[in-house]
Write a protein that binds this ligand. Sequence first.
Ligand SMILES: [Zn+2]
Length: 267
Amino acid sequence: MQCDKCRDDAVLFQSYSGRHLCGRHLMADIEIRAKRSIRAHRWMSSGDHIAVVISGDKKSGALLSFMKKLTADRRDIRLSAMPSGGAVSGKSARSAALKVAALLRIPCLGALSPDGSLATAQESITKIAQGLSLDDIAQGVLAQFLFGDAGRLVHPWPTGSSPFPVICPFIAVPSEELDLYWDCQGTGIDLVPGTPSREGLQKDINAFLEEYSPRHPATKFALLHLWEQLSKWNAATLPFTDTDGRDSGDGMHGMNRFCCGVTGRGS
Ligand SMILES: [Zn+2]
């Protein structure tokens, strides 16, 4: 099958847009959507030092690569890589993550521990970037909806102690496309694909969503938009108390908790 934008071979059929795309046009499409999410959420500003969490999977490799491209001409923004101790762990994953940072010539900071805190003080960091995908967000939102907790739907996860605001440029991009984004770089570094499987009720919810969404391709985007609208409009009106007794925060801190939950670092 050929790309709908050029004559090259297509690497993907985007069911929600009805288009076949080659690697080059898929990458361009992903970058447009990521930039749109960054603008819509005001996730980057002059003077930022952004630490990109790298966990040895294709999503985080894709994010580091994208962020390097995005900030290449921005002398007012500093980029670092930060190995994760979270969802994708183990020596080989860490080694692969470090290889990616070295390949892209991005300096590595101390590791992010499983509870979201930093092993060493990194005072100059202003934001942490996570490679969360559309699938991660949709699964998290649907789970909180089924758990029946309106407060946690807006502030989806109760724990997570990231000391910095968390940004997630890929929230409107499916995991499958992020895997291809990394593969299309042609680096030769073999990273693990996709979203790590989860256990219990979350596993059932993910299985349901994966079975349902091919017949209804807009479903995951609908869940993303639901979360974005609730976070923006109703964050202050729904009661929520964190497990450590703190009151609910603003939208950005809600995202912190959400990110910690869907990456397996929350409860
Ligand atoms: Zn093309």
